[in-house]
Design a binder for this molecule. Sequence first.
Ligand code: ADP
Ligand code: MG
Length: 315
Amino acid sequence: MTEFDLIYKLLNTQSQQRADVLTGIGDDCAILSVPENHSLAVSMDTLVAGVHFPESASAFSIGYKSLAVNLSDLAAAGAIPAWFTLSLTMPAADENWVKEFVRGLFTLADKHNVQLIGGDTCKGPLSISIQAHGFVKNAMLRSGAKAGDLIYVSESIGDAALGLKSYQGDTVVDESCIKQFNQPEPRIRLGLAINDYATACIDISDGLISDITHICKQSQCGADIYLNKIPLSDAYQRHYNSKPDIIQALSFGDDYELCFTIDKSNEKTINKISRETGHNLTCIGTISTESKVRCFNQNNEIVDISRRGFEHFNG
Ligand code: ADP
Ligand code: MG
């Protein structure tokens, strides 16, 4: 048995097997059956060690997060996840590492009924690329927001930024923030629930302001954000003794919450979806006719939050 045979064996241990996978791992191609009247939603993300996750992160959490960030893209489109492929580049075929990586990967995959259907394995610096596939009838896009729409965000943002700090030596970071950083939960159920009502949607990976800017660019509009409405977790607020670093929360990213816009007439429906899905949904602002994203403090004054150099801010 070669070292890679061992890896194929581990990758072949997923308990979740779907009937629409006609041929899975082991042949030249995976052969798949797409349900009638649906489009195929496809998304891909690469995670490089030392860039997208700390070198010291556990193999379990690397596996979990690699898939989570991809499923999060499907959630933002309102797609039902089905399959994924995996390109795994590793310096050496360490059996224990791969076992834990696969356990993390399949823990999340089985939760969402998604099956690993193939991939590629190479030797090199640790890097993981996943392509996820899902089914959707009417996908949510970034391009449908219009002036007057309300902007919502799910749950809270900022915890992942604190989670990373724990790897940089901050010893008092709450466990929940470390978990949020290592194992974000893709908001699949929420994406499906808002699909009929959201005019635009994006998952927060680059940072809330950057990601709202993506919506604005694609929708050719602006956004007014009310900083005192930004939902921060109790753990985040406690960490900063009730003076939370709001700019970090707005700009760090890696939150994997959904940010979406709705016509004002659907406000009640969104509150109902919040109750039904158990996800806090907070209105943080309004889509405007301006060509930029503006942030306001509680005195209704514009705040310049570009001091951390947002890559895409106002760009
Ligand atoms: P090929 O030479 O045709 O590219 P490989 O030897 O790379 O075949 O892969 C053999 C089989 O194992 C294929 O079905 C491929 O999809 C699967 N496979 C290889 N690497 C992975 C991986 N990292 N994850 C899932 N399946 C994999
Ligand atoms: Mg190959």
